[in-house]
Design a protein around this ligand. Structure first.
Ligand code: DC
Length: 237
């Protein structure tokens, strides 16, 4: 890898709203450079699934806060086959359901829930930094709170219409208008909450993926990653 710099131990932080393409992009970049992949949205969804499954009132922040440390959430970080389980049960399908999607913004607004999951996310990041091979982490507060020192920080966006089109395809519904209304409702909640809202801060590059296909976006981000790896190698030399 002479002159290229190594991506060993690199941390790539990617934030953005639903349907912006950040999950596919993050997985594509992790695969391209042999890195781990952590979907932090899946962690908030898994916690929400457990709350619903255990009859906790998700609209009651005190009830959610009192229960957050009961479930054991385990994430598999292979970008080719990421996994998510709660108390040993695979919940990959359940966490994408309607009920979880409708309740996840309420659960993720509870400070104690964020504290716990942010600590788990930082542990995964520290392990990948120390032991390699490095990691791509995606969510809403990765560039601002979880890993503000990451050498590559990106805010991925797309127009509301493009996001609704993509999301509708993913969840196989023809009702793009309803999907768009749901995305915009979650955007409002996720961007306006008191704790760790979704925001673009300085030091983070904005990447608008409207009109770009996935391969183009992945290629752009891989270039940024390689550039950061070269810069780090130069700084060490
Ligand atoms: O990325 P997603 O749509 O699967 O995320 C689900 C929800 O989790 C999203 O509405 C906001 C929340 N979330 C968060 O608050 N912080 C993160 N780092 C990731 C997701």
């Amino acid at each position: 890898m002479s002159g290229q710099g190594s991506t060993e131990g690199i941390v790539i932080a990617i934030d953005g709203p639903s349907g912006s393409g950040k999950s596919s992009t993050s997985k594509g970049v992790a695969k391209a450079r042999g890195l781990r992949y952590l979907d932090t949205g899946a962690m908030y969804r898994a916690l929400t699934w457990w709350m619903l499954d255990n009859g906790v009132d998700v609209e009651d922040p005190a009830a959610v806060a009192a229960a957050v440390d009961r479930p054991v959430i385990t994430m598999g970080t292979d970008p080719a086959a990421p996994t998510v389980s709660v108390d040993g049960r695979d919940v990959a399908a359940e966490i994408r359901g309607r009920e979880v999607t409708a309740s996840v913004s309420a659960v993720s607004a509870v400070p104690r829930a964020r504290e716990l999951l942010v600590a788990a996310q930082r542990e995964a990041i520290d392990a990948a930094r120390r032991e390699g091979p490095g990691i791509v982490v995606e969510g809403r507060d990765i560039t601002t709170v979880v890993a503000p020192d990451a050498p590559v920080k990106l805010f991925v966006t797309a127009s509301a219409e493009a996001r609704a089109q993509r999301r509708s395809k993913e969840i196989r519904t023809g009702d793009v208008a309803a999907t768009r209304a749901d995305l915009e409702r979650r955007d409002r909640l996720d961007s306006s909450r008191a704790h760790s809202p979704l925001t673009l801060t300085s030091g983070t590059a904005e990447l608008d993926t409207t009109g770009l296909d996935l391969d183009e976006v992945v290629a752009l981000v891989v270039d940024l990653v390689d550039e950061a790896a070269r810069a780090a190698a130069t700084a060490r030399a």
